[in-house]
Ligand binder design. Sequence first.
Ligand code: QZP
Length: 394
Amino acid sequence: MSDQLEALDPFSEDFLSNPHPYHKKLLAGPPVVRLERYGAWAVSRHKLVSDTLRDWETFCSSAGAGLSNFHHEEPWRTPSLLLEADPPDHTRVRTVVTQLMSRPVLAKLKDSMAEKADTLIDQLLDRDQVDGVEDLTRAFPLQVFPDAVGLKHPDREMLLPYADMAFNAFGPRNALLEKSMANAAPVMEWIAEQCQRESLTDDGIGAGIYAAAEAGEIEPEQAPLLVRSLLTAGVDTTIYGLGHALHCLMRNPDQWQLLRDNPALARNAFDEAIRLESPVQTFFRTTTRATEIGGTAIDADEKVLLFLAAANRDPRHWKEPDRYDITRDGRGHVGFGAGIHVCVGQMMAKLEGETLLACLARKVARLEPTGAPTHRLNNTLWGLATLPVKLIAA
Ligand code: QZP
């Protein structure tokens, strides 16, 4: 059993296209598994994943949050000031971004977001051919998040191939990564341009980052890199999460009915989809010193792969872990990470989720599947490419 686990390739097509049976095997196995082919350690149990994420002094991020160890390998892009940094460097920039994603900022976005959801859903009601992903769960974040950042450019599609590259790049140099990087140069150039002050409106989160630089809270050259963080991490993650939420509601008519009866459950319905399907399946930390996890000794400068998705279904922690239950108390799930690097945009993501699902609950009587969904493979992200559906108006 343990030998089998050591031969696992969590970045193979086989694993990525149907991860849950593998997560079950990992959860039933020893607390830590040596992944021979990658020379990394893998952790899946909820307690160990959560504890590891919180111990940033032993499990650092500055050597990269992917398989590649920045102490030994050149990063594919300038490292992120947020994700790929440790205190004290991390702390200053994180504080600025936290404030720009806080409750008062989100409160101001709420009404316009709800209007955009309204308009979008009205266009789809009773249409025969709707792709739940393309027309709804991709279209919505692709509009509202860049709007919140203040991106002037009207065409946001380029954000998708960029995110595909970034999230594949946390894994090994396999065919998935090669394919997404095939046309990297123009995409990277476009992104870099959108991160400049001139590409941003005066009233968005991006302008807020530049204002923080003017106020001396961060260095001027850090501003475009922080905008880059928002554009990298803020769109595709939510797209995958919303796709899962819609799919979960389609597969669980009882939960859809609960949501229709009480649209106030929309926020939890979204968060529960994040727990159950975990759009961000995995990422890595690097040991700063010799340590142990669950009794297994681990040297310094080793990569540790954290299976967020497995932890989110660990039966040691969750009752009926495989059940989609929109009334569940999901606190403690690690779908947004945990500790000092916990998703800084999670309130924004939840606002988007709450807004779209509540609007659906009010306007749609039934979600009728009209074909089989397809998955989109990525070394880090798990989600749908297409989801044929008919939205029967209420
Ligand atoms: C990606 C960045 C799940 C995380 C690995 C998502 C993520 C967070 C931050 C950045 C990129 O700062 O570029």
